[in-house]
Design a protein around this ligand. Structure first.
Ligand code: 8YV
Length: 322
């Protein structure tokens, strides 16, 4: 009977997730959530979406029998989860399975930004070690830094554990104080930035966090400042960041995410004091396979048991058949 359930794959979903879904369901796919690309019959038959790409309100409205949207990724800003919630559609994401991988990447970016490791490697490969001698001493160092974390969720905590092992003090800003967390809490982002010289953003992309890291925050971070972003590019005023890097308002940045991926602003590309990565935070074979399993498991569990494994907060109230 489950073979009759139709699952729509949106975007370029991990092959392992597609395979697992195909074992149980009828699977159709679309490169983008565009209702005009679906036949009336298909639109009627879709009961689940496995998404690696945006799913907006009009698309949800175009699928009258949709029950669940399983998002590939912990961040689900590309899925209109509040709209789904009001329509009784479950939305799930992929927390936990990528936490340690993304925290590892954040530390890598931090060290690269402070100690210029990618630039030092380029120096060696360009033959300059031989021709010009030792790579110049880096102005940046982790020694003596104070680290502020913007967004103290699972990944923020995993980064904090790593930073603790480096012997650096930690404080944080979050939309509210996190229970059971003893790091110093600051009531605003600009206050946190003023109290530290190293800011790591792990914040989700929401209307409340849009361009939260702005000129004022970067000014408060100061001339020794390092900014690392592993959350969402939309949380940063990229123009202000490029300007701050160029003018020396802050010292360096390490960025894995951008506001309009895969477009990276020319102004950031021009900054030698920025270490830029193409959104690889969770991108190991190990972790992406675990994420793929969790996407498939959410859909399977929904139709087997009427329960999702990892529902997002906006749809926690949604029940199957209700
Ligand atoms: C993406 C991510 O999901 O989990 C997240 O929120 O940003 C990544 O793991 C990944 O790039 C696939 O789109």
């Amino acid at each position: 009977e489950l073979q009759d359930v139709c699952v729509l794959v949106v975007g370029k979903l991990h092959e392992h997730a597609v395979e697992r879904l195909k074992e149980r369901f009828k699977v159709i796919s679309l490169p983008k959530a565009d209702a005009s690309a679906l036949s009336h019959e298909d639109a009627q038959s879709v009961r689940a979406i496995a998404a690696s790409g945006a799913v907006d309100a009009p698309f949800i409205d175009a699928l009258p029998n949709l029950e669940i949207i399983a998002n590939f990724g912990v961040g689900y800003d590309a899925v209109d989860a509040s709209h789904a919630g009001t329509k009784g559609v479950m939305v799930t994401n992929t927390p936990d399975v990528l936490t340690e991988e993304v925290a590892d990447t954040a530390i890598g970016l931090l060290i690269n930004a402070a100690r210029e490791l990618p630039k030092a490697e380029n120096y060696l490969r360009a033959g300059k070690w031989k021709s010009e001698g030792a790579y110049p001493l880096t102005r940046g160092s982790l020694r003596g830094r104070k680290v502020g974390i913007f967004g103290m969720g699972r990944i923020g905590l995993a980064i904090a554990r790593r930073v603790e092992a480096f012997g650096l003090p930690i404080s944080y800003y979050n939309r509210s104080r996190v229970e059971g967390v003893n790091y110093a809490y600051h009531g605003s982002l600009v206050e946190l930035a003023g109290a530290v010289d190293t800011l790591i953003s792990v914040a989700p992309g929401t209307p409340q966090t849009a361009k939260a890291v702005n000129a004022e925050v970067l000014q408060a971070l100061g001339s020794e400042g390092i900014f690392v972003n592993i959350g969402r590019g939309s949380t940063v005023d990229e123009e202000a960041l490029a300007q701050a890097l160029k003018s020396g308002t802050i010292m360096a940045a390490g960025l894995d995410v951008f506001a309009h991926e895969p477009d990276v602003p020319e102004a950031l590309l021009a900054c030698e004091n920025a270490c830029l990565l193409p959104h690889v935070g969770s991108a190991s074979q190990h972790t992406r396979k675990a994420m793929a399993d969790l996407v498939a498991q959410n859909v399977i569990s929904w139709f087997d048991k009427g329960e999702a494994v990892t529902p997002v907060s906006e749809t926690r109230h949604v029940t199957s058949g209700g």
